[in-house]
Design a protein around this ligand. Structure first.
Ligand code: OGA
Ligand code: MN
Length: 237
């Protein structure tokens, strides 16, 4: 996988990265509103809400959000390392059929000491101990007008677990059950939080990041600004 990425020409690199992470892209329709029947349990908590108490409970063990996973100083350190490279690229808006709209991205293997410590902490927290990790960290910079459409990360190149830190902006990540599109949950991802999608949440649900106009969590507006995510993945077994 690394060879695949490393040997593609720079001009093709972004498309290649995208193909690796974002195959199996499928579209979403027909969302039902959150249920409000408290006799059936909770449809929402601080960072998780969904179409029914049942779906919220069944997804809960496969998702996690750690608020303030990194400090403001660590966020600044990541931005200082990432911004110079990102700024050389232009946001891509024109691939209407791709999983992501309004983005630029890169991969990074080597980090300065402060960032290295964050990546190590993320990996220690998110992945099973014996997991083989994908070496390069994926960095995705979404423009304020950008968004991520529903997709499932490539099962060929990525394993059971996807873990990401959100810089610069809060956002809402929606998971929709691929086979029953009325079953969905939303995760509130505050700035500097970590999210982890594991197993069923990663394989059986599409995930997406809502566009600013549609960015609400449990009925509350979550303004979506420019957002950079730093994403680690493991390898398939
Ligand atoms: C992806 C993806 C989520 C994020 O790149 O496949 O789903 O947090 N990213 O940016
Ligand atoms: Mn993805």
């Amino acid at each position: 996988m690394r060879l695949l990425v490393r040997f593609v020409k720079q001009a093709q690199r972004s498309a290649q990265v995208r193909a690796i992470y974002h195959s199996n892209f499928s579209t979403l329709s027909d969302l039902s509103g959150p249920l409000r029947d408290s006799s059936k349990g909770e449809t929402s908590s601080a960072w998780l809400c969904g179409s029914s108490p049942h779906i919220v409970e069944s997804v809960r063990e496969f998702v996690e959000v750690q608020v303030d996973f990194i400090s403001e100083q660590e966020e600044q350190a990541l931005l200082r390392e990432l911004e110079p490279g990102l700024k050389k690229k232009r946001y891509e808006f024109d691939h209407w059929d791709d999983a992501i709209h309004g983005f630029r991205e890169t991969e990074r293997v080597q980090w300065g000491a402060a960032c290295e410590a964050v990546i190590r902490r993320l990996r220690a927290h998110a992945f099973p101990q014996d997991s083989q990790l994908l070496g390069p960290v994926h960095v995705l910079d979404l423009d304020k007008a950008g968004f991520i459409k529903p997709h499932i990360d490539s099962v060929k190149f990525c394993g059971t677990t996807i873990a990401g830190i959100s810089l610069l902006s809060a956002s809402v990540m929606r998971l929709v059950r691929e086979e029953v599109k009325t079953d969905w949950v939303d995760l509130l991802l505050p700035q500097r939080s970590l999210y982890v999608l594991r197993e069923e949440a990663r394989y059986k649900f599409t995930h997406e990041i809502l566009k600013d106009e549609e960015s609400f969590f449990d009925g509350r507006r979550v303004a979506r600004h420019r957002r950079i995510s730093v994403i680690c993945r493991n390898l398939p077994e």
